[in-house]
Design a protein around this ligand. Structure first.
Ligand SMILES: C[S@@+](CC[C@H](N)C(=O)[O-])C[C@H]1O[C@@H](n2cnc3c(N)ncnc32)[C@H](O)[C@@H]1O
Length: 238
């Protein structure tokens, strides 16, 4: 279960502008195209759950790139901001360790960027194990849990923010599924996890030059978020 003090921290952060990603949207959109979509063989049209979605920025980028994306976060302040900023996308407050308002095994992709558990000094706590298993429970057979996390991989703990080595992260997610791909880009680690009993067919050509076009700013073939997601998402506003 999430920690109330942390929720307050993130509520305040999102109310005061969050992490500021929106100011660099083209750069981050290209990053998503290259390091998430192309690297892990995601395909536009896939149903994607972003958890924790924070104030919805990354959910909105996936939606812009044609994904059937929705977001969940423990922070009500984050979700309020997401609703205001991205009205065509469904967001809900929810706990990554508990039941979510979706059918189990129903998402092509569960995307988890920077979830708080991975920054805690003690990585192998019950809460982290519960979170990893729970997120995997929402991945369809043949689908993917894509974890993304910032770490210098040196075990340091600046500001009580642990920077775990890749091997520890892999070990954690191996308790929930089969880690089939790991990429380290700068200090961002991406981990792809598939079901052991229903592995993913990796299609690395799926991006169709998307990352290259995004880097050049040629994105006219990419549908807008509102056009793609309106009326098709399962969540309702509170
Ligand atoms: C570092 S932020 C990352 C947010 C976003 N994914 C990003 O990359 O900007 C960590 C987020 O994890 C959320 N969080 C922490 N514990 C959670 C839980 N048990 N369930 C869902 N979200 C949680 C926090 O509310 C916060 O929004």
């Amino acid at each position: 279960m999430g920690q109330p003090a942390k929720v307050g921290h993130y509520d305040r952060l999102y109310a005061s502008g969050g992490f500021g990603y929106e100011a660099n949207r083209p750069r981050w959109r290209a990053w998503v195209g290259q390091h998430y979509i192309e690297a892990f063989g995601l395909q536009a049209g896939e149903r994607l759950l972003d958890i924790p979605c924070g104030d919805g920025f990354w959910t909105s980028v996936f939606a812009e790139l044609g994904f059937d994306a929705c977001g969940v976060d423990l922070s009500p302040g984050g979700i309020d901001t997401a609703w205001q900023r991205y009205p065509g996308i469904a967001f809900a407050v929810g706990d990554a360790e508990q039941d979510l308002p979706f059918a189990k095994r129903s998402f092509d992709v569960v995307f988890s960027r920077g979830i708080t558990h991975l920054h805690r000094p003690e990585l192998f706590k019950d809460s982290s194990l519960r979170m990893a298993r729970n997120l995997m429970d929402y991945v369809r057979p043949g689908g993917l849990l894509l974890v993304s996390y910032y770490t210098k991989r040196d075990g340091s703990q600046p500001d009580r923010h642990a920077q775990h080595p890749v091997s520890d992260l892999v070990e954690l997610f191996e308790t929930a599924g089969d880690v089939f791909k790991v990429e380290v880009i700068d200090n961002f680690v991406q981990i792809g996890v598939q079901h052991r009993d229903a592995p993913r067919t990796l299609d690395v050509s799926a991006g169709d030059g998307l990352a290259r076009r995004l880097r050049r700013g040629v994105n006219s073939r990419i549908p807008t978020a509102a056009g793609i997601v309106r009326g098709r998402l399962p969540l309702k506003r509170r």
